[in-house]
Design a protein around this ligand. Sequence first.
Ligand SMILES: C[S@@+](CC[C@H](N)C(=O)[O-])C[C@H]1O[C@@H](n2cnc3c(N)ncnc32)[C@H](O)[C@@H]1O
Length: 269
Amino acid sequence: MTSLTLTRPPGLGGARIAELGDRARLCGLYDDQGAPLYDDLAAADGFEIRDIVGAVRAAGDGPVLDLAAGAGRFTLPLLATGREVTALDLSEDMLRLLRARLARAPRAVRERCTVVRGDMAAFDLGREFAHIVLGTTSLSLLDATGRAGLYRSVAAHLAPGGQFLLSVMERADDDVPTEVHARVKGASGTAYDLYEYWPAGSDHRYVTIAPSEPADGPVTVCVDEVGTMSIAAIETELAAAGLTVAGRRPLSGPGDRHRVQLLKAVAAR
Ligand SMILES: C[S@@+](CC[C@H](N)C(=O)[O-])C[C@H]1O[C@@H](n2cnc3c(N)ncnc32)[C@H](O)[C@@H]1O
């Protein structure tokens, strides 16, 4: 379900890999090599956390299912609201980081969390949730079959009156540059070069992340090829799956390269 390329991506990210030559060790963003690097960046990134936690608080009590939870960027703040949280992710490498984080949390918090290794495109947890969360625009990690399975699984797990909160992303417009390069700092203080290559009209974008000042020797470079689609098309798919969009909240600002929205979907009556 996850589309991943371990070949050299086009554009500046590919050029950086070519420059590193045989020192480059290509990996996925969420595998054993990539997970610690992704987590270093994610731990320094507060994007969406307040919006998701706020939307859960506003909708009332009840257990939360955090889909594609990764190392728990939303899981821990959701647990801090006092709710019971189930964190589901496909990558054992990401879940290992989450379990380590939970082990450092107070027992009363840890005991309210259930960690599940599973595929968000096909899960059966045998219970319902008042809130189901899929943040970080992780919907884009699924292909059409995977998304249909996700909507089916979500609808089967939503408690009566429950909400499905998902963040979604599209190009802000066709005039934005095909590629961008940004330097970003992880929680450890390590600087990374982040490259995105996304030609207008393409249904895929490439993300490449490499340490800005690598030590001598092999250099871990994360590469990912991620599907893209318009927010309108996602809403159409949700509706066809019996999930009505009952609210939209912009998460990006004017002038941003990506238009990001937090959608609230509920079961159609
Ligand atoms: C962009 S990360 C988001 C992680 C976390 N929510 C955060 O904000 O840091 C995407 C996550 O989706 C997970 N993932 C990818 N495909 C998945 C699938 N089919 N089912 C469940 N998790 C998946 C990856 O392992 C990764 O942890």
